[in-house]
Design a protein around this ligand. Structure first.
Ligand code: GLU
Length: 447
């Protein structure tokens, strides 16, 4: 989609100032494509260069993370924290440990996080961090030593009122625990609100583990409900098999859908009877094994090595693995196969061509920054509980999450309607997320 002249020049500048960061360029372009009508309505945002400022992180930190593996060999990784925007609250966003991590990935995630966090309605700014460390195949002790070394640098720039990291790909409860332990030791403070995604016994929140997946299903259910439809009786595919995929499966199944396929980086499993979630949880959460082992326990299931999950036919798709996992070609196949709704559990899983294909076809499409906002929203609820030294019940927390996701859907669809793109959740999410941040930045002056 073409940009207006002013926005195109901002975009070219972003490319020039951030060379080689393809994912960051992609994330920025997608937001800019929605903002034309906003600048017409609010010319003051252009005058005070809000967009140029929003595209420039407030602070970026890159650091060395040395650690020793189990053989005693020294390993060196690179750590990142990009503190993108603090107009609405302390920087907030996860940490990703994956070999593909470089500055461009962290910047795309941090940029998306600004708008996503704004949509939750909670007072949280946007940030992201991580490392090119590969947790795959590492022993528990190696993970602990890495997390301790990572936190030995990170602690200087975070804090409950400053910046509150959490998990993302490769960072779950175990890693947050090791990092929290090291932060506590370094600072001599039990500052519960400095990290979210903590274990329940030391300040974590109920529902945080389930939140991204549950929230994504709540969003899709809401979107379908507006079109007199729902997940009941629908054939569903969920890519990935990590935290987001697992709890998307759980909630979608609870609402009457049937998940017939999941995946990991080695391939796809298909079980037409419905994927057994207990087996997936044991394989992935406890034993940390590969998804193909599912077939050892379920003889009717099939594993397709290096298969493409989007070759399968479904009614509803939940891309919940990673960025750019679903191409324009995949989107066309899905639509042809009868897919009517897509909820992005992952961040930016659809390529720009795929997004345009879904929008043009009128597919009910929930972009990541809206559909997967339940994770960070529940992190916000964890911060509230920590600040009040309180702990809410599962039911109370889930009720809050559910109403937040309904509200995210509501404000996205209202913004889409108001700015001339009814039903377009990409436009709705970008505009609703942006306006709130832009207003706060305007109030704060040129900072
Ligand atoms: N990494 C998650 C996301 O993409 C959660 C971030 C958080 O809880 O701070 O939104």
């Amino acid at each position: 989609m073409a940009l207006t002249e002013g926005l195109e020049s901002i975009f070219q500048d972003v490319i020039k100032r951030n060379p080689g960061e393809a994912e960051f360029h992609q994330a920025v372009r997608e937001v800019l494509e929605s903002l034309g009508p906003v600048l017409v309505k609010y010319p003051e945002f252009a005058e005070s260069k809000i967009i140029e400022r929003i595209c420039e992180p407030e602070r970026q930190t890159i650091f060395r993370v040395p650690w020793q593996d189990d053989r005693g060999e020294v390993q060196i990784n690179r750590g990142f924290r990009v503190q993108f925007n603090s107009a609405l609250g302390p920087y907030k966003g996860g940490l990703r440990f994956h070999p593909s991590v470089y500055l461009g990935i962290i910047k795309f995630l941090g940029f998306e996080q600004i708008f996503k966090n704004s949509l939750t309605g909670l007072p949280i700014g946007g940030a992201k961090g991580g490392s090119d460390f590969d947790p795959k195949g590492k022993s528990d002790n190696e993970i602990m030593r890495f997390c301790q070394s990572f936190m030995t640098e990170l602690w200087r720039i975070i804090g409950e009122h400053t910046d509150v990291p959490a998990g993302d790909i490769g960072v779950g409860g175990r890693e947050i625990g090791y990092m929290f332990g090291q932060y506590k030791r370094l600072t001599n403070k039990f500052e519960a609100g400095v990290l979210t995604g903590k274990g329940l016994v030391y300040g974590g929140s109920q529902v945080r583990t389930e939140a991204t997946g549950y929230g994504c299903v709540y969003f899709v259910e809401e979107m379908m409900k507006a079109h007199k439809n729902g997940l009941k009786g629908k054939k569903i595919i969920v890519s990935g098999s990590g935290n987001v995929a697992i709890y998307t499966h759980e909630k979608a199944t609870e609402l009457g859908g049937k998940v017939i396929a999941m995946s990991d980086s080695n391939g796809v499993i298909i079980d037409e009877k419905g994927i057994n979630l207990d087996t997936i949880k044991t394989l992935k959460e406890v034993e940390r094994r590969r998804i193909k082992d599912y077939c050892e326990y379920h003889k009717g299931a099939k594993f397709v090595a290096n298969g493409n999950i989007w070759d399968l036919q479904c009614d509803v798709a939940f891309p919940s693995a990673t960025q750019n996992e679903l191409t324009g070609k995949d989107a066309k196949k899905l639509i042809k196969g009868g897919c009517i709704a897509v909820g992005e559990g992952a961040n930016m899983p659809s390529t720009p061509e795929a997004v345009h294909t879904f929008i043009e076809a009128g597919t009910l499409y929930g972009p990541g920054k809206a559909a997967n906002a339940g994770g960070v929203a529940t992190s916000g609820l964890e911060m509230q509980q920590n600040a009040a030294r309180d702990a809410w019940s599962f039911e109370a927390t889930d009720t809050r999450l559910h109403s937040i996701m309904k509200n995210v859907y509501q404000i996205c669809s209202e913004a889409a309607e108001e700015f001339g793109a009814p039903g377009n959740m990409v436009v709705g999410a970008n505009i609703a997320g942006f306006i709130k941040v832009a207003r706060a930045m305007t109030a704060h002056g040129i900072v």
